[in-house]
Design a protein around this ligand. Sequence first.
Ligand code: SOE
Length: 401
Amino acid sequence: MPKSKTMNVALIGSKFMGRTHSNAYLNVSKFFDLPIDPVMHTIAARDGKDLAKFAPRWGWLNHTTNWKEAVNNPEIGLVDVGTPNHVHAEQSIAALEAGKHVACEKPLAGTLDDARQMVQAAKKAKKSKTFVWYNYRRCPAVALAHQLVKAGKLGRIFHVRAAYLQDWGGPDTPLLWRFQGKLAGSGAHGDLNAHIIDMVRFVTGEEITEVVGAIEETFIKQREIIESAGGEISGKGAGKKKAKKKMGKSTVDDAVMFLARLAGGAACSFEATRLATGNKNANGFEINGEKGSLKFNFERMNELEYYDATLEGRVQGWSTINVTRGGDGHPYAGNWWPDSHIIGYEHGFVNQAADMFSIIGGKKPVVPMPDFADAYETQKVLHAVIESARQHCPIKIRSIK
Ligand code: SOE
């Protein structure tokens, strides 16, 4: 068996995305034949005690509390930035300047300025490839939606309605980094609208050209400061035992909604909120075209609903495609289990790791992969939405540099 080519990976961050990315590197070579296989070389994070447990548990050979040491290690080929938004730029740019390939969590950055600096650094680093973990593109149902639209199955697109609804951001949720503007950049907007803006661009193949109007709302102005609370969404109710609560100001949105136009003229609505009570991770879209429609809801992530308006009227209706059939050409499905042996949230990350190493190895990804320049288009829309909400006016994306 010829020895496969390998590349050492350094991951920065060991919280929620640290786990999803570690799981992806642990499993990708078991399910995909890659031109280059990742080696889980180093995990870097701030808490040395936590790291000592995390590293062996998740398959990392080395661990360090000094991310710069990992980034500058000549043995490392890919640096993966899985940290909060305010350090994406510093860590990604350092890795690019060290000649590494760089993967970064979404959104590209907390601010447009940071994102622009990342794109400029990526342009300068000619030999480095960049990737952004817009993982939902690689849910097989979303990838199939992209392929169907690209094949012309919907024809001219009239409407897109996209919503990413969660409900973990209630009054009991403490002042995590995600509620601090200087760390996160924005709240549900950069966290959740980022995903649905990217997905709509990806599935329709069209850029958003104008934000027509927007609402930005912070319903819960004060949140409890919990020293131990990290950034993760499980901090709910952490402060319930404390007698006297120390409160801090939430400086980000809890919800942002906006109306937009696509390059082909479609009229779109987008909604992101952490207060949609009863919706846990309802990330979805509906696209209406001349020849048909598509509907996706991540809470039923293996299913894509399709309405084919080209059928004779008496047999038209919404069909629910269980996107698990590799034999029928469903994207990624052939790498996993037999028909209808459904997959989960973590598989999208494994599928992304597979495409990243395909690209590094000179092969094509199954579906398009966002690099820093592509993710900057999403970042420009994120910025335009907040400008539109605050100035109460439409904003053309071409005006954002
Ligand atoms: C929190 O809203 C979060 O963890 C997002 O940051 C992720 O991108 C999403 O996949 C799940 O929810």
